[in-house]
Design a protein around this ligand. Structure first.
Ligand SMILES: [Ca+2]
Ligand SMILES: [Ca+2]
Length: 160
């Protein structure tokens, strides 16, 4: 059995991988700006906030990035939040892909920064109802669906 959505999903995951790479590049730009004398704003507890265009990065007292926010449409509300591990790799991302103020996509990364799982709210309820599991090779090997919105998986596909 082949679910036509599986292909769409694989592509969307590839796209999301690109997006993550873009965030990484922007992060490098932020770090660069930091090095060239933009100290950012000091916060209590020695946290630091660096703002650049649509991005806002939060650095911990140890100087490491902890969180990156992207406000794509400049409405003061982030459409993307990336939370980082102490090793500087992304741990998870929360995305509001249609900019309606509700998160509809969650991305989870392994300790080495590779994408592990993508959850999507197909019904735009703010709760995931589809989960794509991604292997270390970047391929989706399992897709779980919650068809009735109770938060539990009703069926799984195994694309190959
Ligand atoms: Ca926004
Ligand atoms: Ca949304």
């Amino acid at each position: 059995m082949r679910d036509p959505n599986a292909m769409t999903s694989t592509r969307s995951i590839l796209r999301s991988g690109t997006r993550s790479a873009c965030l990484g590049a922007t992060l490098a730009a932020l770090a660069l700006a930091d090095c060239t004398g933009e100290p950012g704003r000091r916060l209590p507890g020695d946290y630091r906030l660096v703002q650049k265009d649509q991005y806002q990065a939060l650095y911990g007292p140890d100087g490491r990035i902890q969180r990156l926010l992207q406000d794509r449409n400049h409405d003061g509300r982030a459409e993307a939040v990336v939370v980082y591990r102490p090793n500087g790799k992304p741990e998870r991302g929360e995305l509001d892909t249609d900019a309606d103020g509700v998160v509809d996509r969650w991305e989870y990364f392994r300790a080495d920064g590779t994408l592990e799982k993508v959850a999507v709210s197909r019904r735009r309820t703010g709760r995931p109802d589809r989960w794509d599991h991604v292997g270390p090779d970047g391929r989706v090997y399992q897709v779980d669906f919650d068809e009735d919105g109770d938060g539990k998986v009703d069926r799984s596909d195994y694309p190959r």
